[in-house]
Design a protein around this ligand. Structure first.
Ligand SMILES: [Zn+2]
Length: 307
């Protein structure tokens, strides 16, 4: 298992746009910290042609790569279908290469504070979420379009139309996002609100931050899951369409992130049902199904070396 210092050299934080409704990205509101994972990308729900991705750093901004993990493309073991007794360690920060498996294993890939994607990883089938009827510049994996379409229709029929606040984010977008918050609120807080580059579910193209269609940003609610039409509907029905809330309330000790009621990971209907029935969080459930050995115990926290 590799541990390495994460060094930033000449890093330039790139912020595409502030979140709608936020007067200052650094404002110390009660919810500013919760916006960490998605804040430096724009919310765009009415402009189908809008591009909302943060530009990748130019050559002059090139930082030292914090990760150089490589894919693990071992065939899917039969044991993947069943849980292993491998216990979930306390929250720690490692750079264990995430297991991607074959084309049909996407639902079982775990990306968390331990398992990481390489900077070169981009989902093979990114499409714009407009294919599911959303007016947004965000991309998602094509494989989730049918369920996302059905879910959006059902939510709209129930009077809770959905918008998308964030979808696929590249390694470098996440790099900017995370460092923005490290410099803004300090590492110790940022690490609970935002993922290190390579460690974001958004890089999988399978995570979506939802919002009320035409509503305010979800992190501006005290609790999106109980105060907004979309959030309430999603909390009750998203799993039926294959989407699981990755970081539910009161589970920070095992998810390693603060509560994010707007952030859902797509795992497909079958896995979502199983996760719901298990009573486990997504991370706990997936942890038991990773063929790549993880740490037996929590690792020391990696520290960024300020330039
Ligand atoms: Zn998110």
């Amino acid at each position: 298992m590799r541990r390495r210092a994460l060094t930033l050299v000449g890093m330039t934080v790139v912020v595409a746009a502030a979140v709608a409704g936020s007067t200052s990205p650094m404002a110390s509101t009660a919810h500013a910290a919760q916006a960490a994972k998605a804040l430096p990308v724009a919310v765009a729900i009415r402009t189908p042609s809008a591009t909302t991705r943060t530009p990748e750093p130019t050559a002059g901004d090139s930082p030292t790569l914090p990760l150089d993990v490589t894919y693990d493309l071992r065939p899917t073991p039969d044991a993947l279908a069943t849980a292993s007794p491998r216990p979930l360690p306390d929250c720690g920060y490692e750079d264990v290469p995430a297991w991607l498996g074959g084309p049909d294993d996407w639902a079982l890939t775990l990306v968390d504070t331990v398992y990481a994607l390489p900077d070169s990883y981009e989902p093979p089938d990114l499409v714009n979420a407009s294919q599911a009827g959303f007016a947004t510049g965000f991309d998602v994996r094509a494989l989730l379009i049918p369920d996302l379409t059905a879910m959006a229709a059902a939510a709209a029929d129930a009077g809770a139309p959905l918008g998308i606040a964030s979808g696929y984010r590249s390694y470098w977008t996440q790099y900017s996002t995370f460092n923005y918050w490290v410099y803004g609120e300090g590492y110790d807080t940022a690490i609970l609100d935002s993922a290190r580059p390579g460690h974001s579910e958004h890089q999988l193209g399978l995570a979506i931050d939802f919002m009320d269609l035409y509503g305010q940003a979800p992190w501006l609610y005290a609790d999106f899951a109980t105060e907004s039409a979309a959030g309430i509907w999603l909390a009750a029905h998203a799993a039926q369409y294959g989407f699981v809330m990755s970081y539910p309330a009161g589970r920070q000790a095992v998810t390693c992130y603060t509560y994010e009621p707007w952030h859902y990971r797509y795992v497909g209907r079958q896995a979502a049902r199983a996760i719901l029935a298990s009573g486990l969080t997504l991370r706990e459930w997936l942890w038991q199904r990773q063929p790549v050995p993880g740490p037996a115990a929590a690792a020391p926290t990696l520290r960024w070396t300020a330039p």
